[in-house]
Design a protein around this ligand. Structure first.
Ligand code: F6P
Length: 569
């Protein structure tokens, strides 16, 4: 198909040519072949790809570990996949996977191993960091978590006044919050319903106050999850929790019955006043956004029970083994990663919409945002060289079918090319009449409409206007993948998360970036401290700030001053 015909088909996008890659990966031999191939197929509409190859939908799929990935509606051919696999080989993906699993310090900027895979490794595995096998350490913490979870679930963990704990409040932010919230929501079906779970993350006091206003302090257990135990948001909320508890119980000794810390920083935990017995350990080789399988997942374990938690870990482990051992050409995370690279660097897409057709996965897109964007939102390679190609795409999304009634309009008829990941489960956890069939039908219909549109045949036959103008026109050619699993269980959730984790890893290796640091979040933190210092000072000195920031601070201080004088009248 030539450019003119393609433009006729995708008429709405004709003036917004997003399909011009800037020849990414100049250092790779395969780059020339990839660019030549891209030029050859760039105007192949999905409609014609399917028309020319009616069995495409039966061949362009990968099924492994109980996950079915249909990538036939991506704008790729078999040659594309072969070339991308060569790109992966040439980028040293296989060696990099081995290095990660071996415990090498692949987080080069922080000189750390990257071993979230050790958190779910079988007991008999040996994974060493600086000569020490970390698997027994992981198992010891899991055993400690199990003890706590069993006590809380059985009602034998008593608060200071002797009442059983029935409210669990996780205080954390970023990876110490998004994983626990997502997993709790995702696995709620399996949770102990007599227990109440809350998740406090925001520095905005409303979060803490609204999350605790209906809770009885005597029956509330706080889990303060912070790898560093220094994060301002978490430590402020933990302090608020301590005040809230002590205001009611009036006894510092109550802390021991109502606070658990999850952290790599024993000194800060002790300083806060949490007993070593209530301190669950994590390690510097676990990144925050990869920490759900560690003690950061304690709230999840309390909710669903140790057996289900172990099943989730087994799911993660199954996908880890698949990633480690499956040949690249049938490796699910590798495929997912390469498709993201193709879309980002060749089709010049900027985002990926994650669309789970499963209500329990309502927090999954937000969880993926940190996983993907904190990992791959980098503009320098691991060697410190500025890249001249796009790296991590923007991940976003919402559950179907809700999204269909808000932003899907743009997917179908907007000017942006937005690849989508549809995620669905064959069996419903909560069957209600025919609703599950309708849910899945909606998911399949959306990927079909996005791929094929509704006027493609007419355009090909030249019986439609060359430039469709009707608001009813669907041009199609919007790429998507569909992930299908049997049912949402702790085990399948583990596999799904690990699939995305390793897809992120794959992308990072192709882009040559370090997916495991997050230096970019530091500047804002430092500036916030400087601004807060002035906003809280008796005599604010804002001279060193830029005129905009100075003005904004001034407005707040003035309003605060006004309030004070009104109150003193
Ligand atoms: O500032 C970003 C970040 O470091 C994330 O990477 C991390 O998940 C989050 O803050 C919370 O960090 P911590 O667990 O140390 O409180």
């Amino acid at each position: 198909m030539n450019q003119t015909l393609h433009r006729k088909l995708t008429g709405i996008c004709a003036d917004v040519d997003t399909t011009q890659p800037i020849a990414p990966f100049p250092q790779r031999h395969i780059q020339k072949a990839l660019m030549a191939h891209f030029k050859k197929i760039q105007y192949s509409h999905l409609y014609t790809l399917f028309a020319d190859d009616p069995q495409r939908g039966e061949r362009m799929l990968l099924e492994a570990e109980g996950i079915y990935l249909d990538y036939s509606k991506q704008r790729v051919t078999e040659e594309t996949i072969q070339l991308l696999l060569q790109l992966a080989e040439e980028s040293g993906l296989r060696q990099c996977i081995n290095s990660m699993f071996h415990g090498d310090k692949i987080n080069v900027s922080e000189q750390r191993s990257v071993l979230h895979i050790a958190l779910r490794a079988p007991k008999q595995h040996v994974i060493c960091v600086d000569g020490e096998n970390v698997v027994p350490l992981v198992q010891a913490e899991l055993d400690k978590m199990t003890g706590i979870a069993n006590q809380v679930r059985s009602g034998s963990w008593l608060g200071y006044t002797g009442k059983p704990i029935c409210n669990i409040v996780n205080i954390g932010i970023g990876g110490s919050d998004l994983g626990p919230v997502m997993a709790y929501q995702a696995l709620r079906f399996y949770s102990q319903r007599q227990l109440t779970f809350r998740f406090v993350s925001n520095i905005d006091g409303t979060d803490f106050l609204e999350s605790t206003r209906d809770l009885d302090p005597e029956q509330t257990l706080f889990i303060v999850a912070s790898k560093s135990f220094k994060t301002v948001e978490t430590m402020s909320n933990a302090q608020a929790a301590r005040d809230w508890l002590l205001n009611s119980l009036q006894a510092p000794a109550a802390i021991a019955r109502h606070f658990i810390a999850v952290s790599a920083n024993a000194a800060e935990v002790a300083k806060f006043g949490i007993d070593e017995a209530n301190h669950l350990h994590i390690w510097d080789w676990v990144g925050g956004r990869y920490s759900l399988c560690s003690a950061v997942g304690l709230s999840t374990m309390i909710a669903i029970g140790p057996t289900n938690f172990r099943a989730m870990l087994d799911g993660f482990q199954q996908m880890d083994q698949h990633f480690l051992t499956a040949p690249l050409d049938c490796n699910l995370p590798v495929f997912m990663g390469l498709l993201a690279v193709w879309n980002t660097n060749f089709l010049a897409t900027q985002t990926i919409a994650v669309l789970p057709y499963e209500q329990y996965l309502q927090c999954f897109p937000a969880y993926l945002q940190q996983l993907t964007m904190e990992s791959n939102g980098k503009h320098e390679t691991s060697d410190g060289v500025k890249v001249n190609y796009q790296t991590g795409p923007i991940y976003w999304g919402a559950v179907g079918s809700n999204g269909q009634h808000s932003f899907y309009q743009m997917l179908h008829q907007g000017t942006h090319l937005i690849p989508c990941d549809f995620i669905g489960f064959i069996e419903a956890l909560n069957p209600l009449g025919q609703q599950h069939e309708l849910l899945l039908a909606n998911m399949f219909a959306q990927s079909e409409a996005l791929a094929f549109g509704d006027n493609v045949q007419q355009v090909l036959d030249n019986t439609a206007p060359t430039r469709p103008t009707s608001a009813q026109t669907f041009t199609g050619d919007q790429p998507s993948s569909t992930l299908l699993m049997q049912q949402l269980t702790p085990h399948t959730l583990g596999k799904l998360i690990a699939l995305y984790e390793h897809s992120v890893f794959t992308q990072g290796i192709i882009w040559g970036i370090n997916s495991f640091d997050q230096g970019g979040v530091e500047l804002g933190k430092t500036l916030a401290i400087q601004i807060a210092t002035q906003m809280q000072a008796v005599q604010a000195d804002t001279r060193k700030f830029d005129s905009s920031t100075r003005q904004l601070i001034g407005l707040c201080l003035k309003a605060k001053q006004g309030l004070k004088s009104e109150q003193s009248l």
